[in-house]
Design a protein around this ligand. Sequence first.
Ligand SMILES: [Zn+2]
Length: 427
Amino acid sequence: MQDSQISCLEVLVPRGLIQCGKKIATTRVTYEGLCPISIYFKEGLVVNIEPIMNPKSKSLKILLPRFVEPHAHLDKAFTWGDHPNLSGTYEGALKENLEEHQKRTKSLVLARSERALKLASFNGFRAIRSHVDSTGLSSELTWEALIELQHDWRLLIQLELVALVPLAFWSTSGGGILAKKIAKQNACFGGVLVPPFKPEKVRKDLYNLFKIANDMGCGVDLHIDESAKEPGSGLKELINVLGNMKVDVPITCSHLSSMGLLKPREIKYFATQLAKFQINVISLPLTNAWLLGRKTGATAIERPIAPISQLQHAGVNVAIGGDNVRDPWFPAGNFDPLMLMSQAMLLAQLAPWNRFGLSPFTSAPARIMRLEWDGSIGIGVPADFILLDANNWSELLSGNVKRKIIIKGKFLEGNNSKFNQMGIKNF
Ligand SMILES: [Zn+2]
């Protein structure tokens, strides 16, 4: 970190991110929904915001809040090299993932997760929710590594962990032991719920999971309906169970891809149910587009993806995450929020200049992780931003935009000694 505090920046910020205020109500807005403002920092906080009524320069840069990645897999990031899944299928990914577990060591998990955190910090993330492979012999070493990193990196990135296991695991004695262990870490309970399955068994397993989660006070984040088959089948069982028991902890549905293949009236019904039970959704369009709906010798035209817009209009909190990075599940990715935004734009037809196009990357994931700050810009919020070398959305989404990361009102620099001062090791 540089020692010098920034006192003021003249920038463009999305209108939808500015907290209401008398002064701002009268500010100019560009055709892309960007407002020219002066933003003042002191002691790591925003202390004032003034509209720029007559900007002298057309070269004002865009300022965005540091981002939140609501769904990552740090423990297996960058394992594609040793465990490539050349078929690009879900089944192929699972097979390579399980083979990687046999060779997994704590130092390997530490090295690749730390590489991921460094990339994520410099690309502009302030918080990450990562699922953690939590079955088999490598579970313990993986948790040890990530808990260490969660502590070491706490000043740069808030890391939340989710125990990823087959759903039925929570109904076993091993599930009970794991639940007690991770509850001490304020972690979440995860699970995989994809067809084919026996509905009665799944309902029982969901009931057991929610009962433990209620008892321990831990949130739940499921990999659900990451499939092109039996559209919405996991979702149907989930809604059935929630209709018969009270769950007091936050629930998140990650993927929900096959819901998009349901009929419009079914989508509307289930979106209403998700809103009623206050269930969050995290759409993961990149891995969905890569893994799902493959047909031998034919380009898949129909791509399973959560019906983001219908969910938003029903009142569901919908975030978008990057999911896997260079592992058997997805060969690309860079823990880069802007790359994610531009690629998701293609797949979901979401435009960041609209409120519903930007919120899946800013306020929605912040709400899912229950962060103190939702990313909106107002007096008293942390001076944690990304300053982009772009004065319109198109330049920002070009793929090679330069950026500077501001943390507590100071620029983040890739300087080893400064990292060490912050308690970050191994650079
Ligand atoms: Zn995932």
